[in-house]
Design a protein around this ligand. Sequence first.
Ligand code: KG4
Ligand code: ZN
Length: 325
Amino acid sequence: MKILAIETSCDETAAAVVEDGRRILSNQIASQVEIHARYGGVVPEVASRQHLLSIIPILKQAMAEAGVSWEDLSGIAVTVGPGLAGSLLVGVNAAKAIALAHNLPLIGVNHLEGHLYANWLGDKSIDFPIVCLIVSGGHSDLVLVRGHGDYVVLGRTRDDAAGEAFDKAARILGLGYPGGPAIEQAARAGTASLPLPRAWLKGSGDFSFSGVKTALLRLAEAGKISSVADAAASFQEAVVDVLVSKTVTVAKERRAKQVLLAGGVASNGLLRQRLAENSPLPVLVPPPNLCTDNAAMIAACGYYRLQAGKTNGLDLDVIPGLKLG
Ligand code: KG4
Ligand code: ZN
């Protein structure tokens, strides 16, 4: 069963073809990172215009790379939310047009669920129940996955998402956008020597990252940052410390069989290493290129939705504020 998927929720125009929810036949991404970097963040109107320019070429490339024709496809999956309304609209309308023209089932996919399903790509064996930490630019969700499509959200961020915190910290340190990779790179030359706070929020699965960000800002304003590398390493350490500790605690409490990581921040090397070292349960993490936004993960999720008969009509609409669970 081959699914064509489209992802346009933020600043990547992506299309992919995946077989049986596992085997990637193509995975094309047109990144807008350089365009938005000069503004220090994603400009929604610029993003949607860029999606319009890229969507047809990227779809053609994905079909060509996979070597498939429309008749080979079993369905078309597309991200409906969460994300930027104008960006999501480009992908959803392209998917609707293809579904109508080629009489294909249309499958609306939650972007966060897509991140989770990046873990199914490849030939890993996955056993429910799972605890998954989904950490991206807009979300930090700790989720119990009891089966396909069966989620209980055990914790969320109360303020900044982990990726958002990385992006803001990078701006404070003058490291540019996107901040996560920039902080990770700078941290390699530093030591985590700055005393930055951690919000443990004991007894809750929730996160809070605004305090550590503000603490970094205050140090910068007071001229107390003598080494950007040390500051980056300290910030990364503080965020990873909380993410790993809470994820491991919740996974043990819920008697999960495995721990999964997902979302753009899951490409962070320290987070991957620390979770693997500290979890008594097996940890699965997608390769870094499948942690950040891509369409293969949307196709993987779309496959399981199609199998469960969860398809949509041509009245499918974007849901910018969509949540998980
Ligand atoms: O999942 P994603 O590609 O897009 C969203 O759905 O938001 O995540 C993007 C976020 C950005 O905030 C970016 O700074 C962060 O993921 N990120 C990282 C790393 N790579 C990307 N954060 C920490 N370390 C990284 N290596
Ligand atoms: Zn994402």
